[in-house]
Design a protein around this ligand. Sequence first.
Ligand code: FES
Length: 625
Amino acid sequence: MSATSGTTTIRLSDYSLVGKDTELAIEKGLAEATWYQSPVTKEKMRELLQRRDWPAIRDTILWFALIIGFGWVGYKLWMAGSWWAVVPFVIYGMLYASTSDSRWHESSHGTAFKTDWLNDTLYEIASFMVMRESTVWRWSHTRHHSDTIIVGRDPEIAVPRPPDLTALVMSFFALKVIPKYFKQVFIHCTGRLTPDEKTFIPESEYNKVYWRARIYMLIYLSVIGLSIYFRSILPLMFIGLPTLYGTWLMPIYGYTQHAGLAENVLDHRLNCRTVHMNFIHRYLYWNMNYHVEHHMFPLVPYHNLPRLHEIVKPDMPTPYTSIWNAWCEIVPAVLRQIKDPGYCVKRKLPTPTLPTDAPPTSHVFKAKGQPRNGWIEVCVSTFLKTEDVIRFDHENKTYAIYRTAEGTLYATDGICTHGNTHLADGLVKGKLIECPKHNGRFDITDGSPQRQPVCVALKTYRAREHDGKIFLDLTSAGGCGAKQPATTYKFRVVSNENVATFIKELVLEPELGSPMPPYQPGDYLQLDIPAYGEISFQEIAVKAPFKEVWQAQHVFGKQHADAAQLFARDESCHRQATALQRPHLHAAARAGLPRGRGLGVCASVETRRQSHRHRAVREFPHQTR
Ligand code: FES
């Protein structure tokens, strides 16, 4: 798609999730990529991650009290025939339709309350109030956090370029949202999904989508029925119409999150805003004004975001001083993007406090000796506190070792089966580990998935304490993750080209006679790249124009030892990449592998489906350039 501006032809982005930009995002390694994180010590992060019920119970009781209170006053004045009813209804609508957005958001992450059923209850209620189907949006928001403002991947880009000014103005009254929403509810009621939805909702969730849509429809029809029966729009003033007359505050807050900022960057400091707000706004918006912090560490509950902000502030661009200050930037930027869709606000980053490949927040333990009878020493016991987790890397694998509140040790695979995320950066809750990326959960006793979006189990291992040290049995892989059946496929690498300076794209093809494994939306590739041994950068084929950059930076001159280090010889090279979203259009699997990974050799690929029904492991032979 392109447009002509004066004499310049501008390429227009395709924001659908099944278009050209989807393929581009995958090929450039922007899908399910690793994002920048500001440094926060594990101890501080542990404090910030602590869940509490009380702040959200207090805030939610007050919220419902305000909604019911203003609704009651509005009802009384309406029944008395007074035009003063407008005032309480304006406030009721704002609370109902606008502030339900942030309640919906926080409970979707499961971080509002400590108690899960409270999160789930608030999520279902707030989803209905804000007119978002709960199951659809849970998956959509998972993708938004994986691929924030990545064109072709993020289903929640509020201001696509070039911006549609009419649509933006209409969004203050949900004029475009309402017809779209009811159209989708109707489609789902009839047992169907749109093509875009099929790219991020796994098949195992389809029935939930259909049944929730039918319940929503029943409620709306009942309210309409009441209005007809009483010959009054009053019932609709409480349910349905608030979206029309009360949504105005949501875009005022919401557009400050990302509008006008960069697309296709892997640093939330460049595509999110943190805006200082007074305590009333922060209450109504549940601290979502700390949006950079939230995207960087989505596991931190809303009530701890101001503390997190204080910690990471030195590593952040200057926050906006007020909503007004943010809008003074948004309006001119959006107006300029109408004519110049390539324009975006460039946030000034402070001098890096960490190198770009900085380690994650957790400390990494490595083996000091060799395994004996399968058992290997991990670390001194005191390093693993109660209700805590540590990361242990050995050869090309990463493990997570846990200690529960009772002091029992457990161990599992260290990487989340949903994405390329270390579980050791997550939160231990009883006998569950919560992934730091999308809040998916596993039972650490058997590795089973316990909360979406994770659907594939982990392997578990035996761990024990002896002589004040922790040991792990590497040979004891078991649990639900070991029970899933595997199929082996033969693949060969047909090309290995740079798609960016430090990103190679591997194109994989089934070997003669081998079938292409069946894919469905939600599947992803998992690449297990073994240790390389020593490798020279000169052995790596890099073509122009990237070759010139490598030469200018003397990358080819790296000695073997450096190369081995940079290639993470001793680290796990376990990687996951979403790929092949539209298998019927591809003859080959594609995966973008960022620097330091997969430039030379790939040994095995796993496909994991977002249900328990299928798992396949494929192997392909040693690949040379
Ligand atoms: S990476 Fe998505 S839940 Fe772990």
